[in-house]
Design a protein around this ligand. Structure first.
Ligand SMILES: Nc1ncnc2c1ncn2[C@@H]1O[C@H](COP(=O)(O)OP(=O)(O)OP(=O)(O)O)[C@@H](O)[C@H]1O
Ligand SMILES: [Mg+2]
Length: 307
């Protein structure tokens, strides 16, 4: 059985820029797959290639076995893409936007009950007759998501669906996307909120400068950080105004009287660093260590790539 998405040796050049530089991996059916990477890494370019909106300079992509170029119509039917950019015709209402989109897939009135259900699931029902231009950014995002789902695609690709969305809406979107996944949809997600990827995704690829620099299960990815790096949070009786240089080097975050340090297990000693804190004359009231999270691993991998 073919994978949900097959990406084989994909290159994309814009002039001299290599936006995608030999990308190769599969997304399996039923996976919740995270595609992460810093700004400009090539995530949206890859998604545009998958969607058949951009032609790869080299290589091939297939959705459920359908080549996105030679078998565009079939691949497009299987795929729903939520684009990063909010682009709409401002004069249509939400319901009209969804019906027009359904029309592109050859769907007519028979799908209207599903469109009503989608609007209700995404809490858009009371905006069904509102013109797109009157909606807030978060509401527009929900319409983008509904639009991607009008034809009930098996594979759903979401390019930063929660960018610029408030906490409450973000959480309700995650409940909705999780539900889609439980119903059997394959989900590919890009996000800059790494805690989201950590809680949702089964497998994660990190893209940097157009190359996949890591691809692993979430557990495998987290295990990369556990080996060497350790985070230590030190609470002091009062804030330290001038940190000694050795602490500044290791500083991850400082907030009021809490300093968070990132240590290398091999070369740093917690005891030595505690002595450094005490040398400022401020008493230590609490200390605890934390394991690396996905953000630590991400930062470290991207940093290594820069060397
Ligand atoms: N149409 C285009 N013409 C020229 N360069 C482009 C074009 N589209 C993208 N690029 C460049 O390709 C690189 C990858 O861009 P892309 O939008 O894929 O990154 P991204 O990983 O989605 O970033 P972000 O996290 O900011 O959304 C960037 O350097 C970008 O400037
Ligand atoms: Mg992007």
């Amino acid at each position: 059985m073919s994978a949900a998405i097959t990406i084989a040796g994909v290159h994309k050049r814009f002039g001299n820029l290599r936006a995608l530089d030999g990308v190769e991996f599969n997304v399996e059916r039923g996976e919740f797959f995270g595609l992460l990477g810093p700004n400009g890494a090539g995530k949206s370019t890859l998604i545009n290639v998958i969607a058949g909106l951009t032609r790869a300079s080299e290589g091939a992509v297939a959705v459920l076995g359908h080549d996105v170029v030679s078998d565009y119509r079939s691949s497009r039917m299987k795929l729903g893409v939520v684009p990063q950019e909010l682009v709409f015709d401002p004069f249509f209402t939400v319901r009209e936007v969804l019906r027009i989109q359904a029309g592109y897939f050859g769907l007519g009135a028979e799908c209207y009950p599903w469109l009503e259900e989608l609007m209700s699931e995404l809490q858009l029902a009371n905006k069904a007759d509102a013109n797109m231009r009157t909606l807030s950014g978060g509401m527009k995002r929900r319409v983008l998501i509904a639009q991607a789902l009008v034809h009930k695609p098996e594979v759903v690709v979401l390019d930063e669906p929660t960018a610029g969305v408030d906490v409450e809406l973000r959480q309700s979107l995650w409940v909705f996307i999780r539900k889609l996944h439980e119903q059997g949809h394959t989900i590919v997600l890009t996000t800059h909120y790494l805690e989201e990827a950590e809680s949702l995704c089964d497998r994660i690829a990190i893209l940097n400068h157009g190359k996949v620099i890591a691809l692993d299960t979430k557990q495998g990815m987290l295990a990369r950080g556990i080996g060497r790096r350790m985070r230590v949070c030190i609470t002091t009786a009062e804030p330290i105004s001038a940190l000694p240089p050795r602490l500044t080097e290791k500083l991850r975050r400082q907030q009021a009287n809490v300093i968070e340090l990132e240590l290398d297990r091999d070369s740093d000693s917690v005891i030595d660093l505690l002595d450094e804190v005490r040398s400022t004359g401020v008493a230590v009231t609490d200390l605890h260590t934390e394991e690396a999270d996905l953000e630590d691993v991400f930062v470290e991998l991207v940093r290594q790539g820069r060397k």
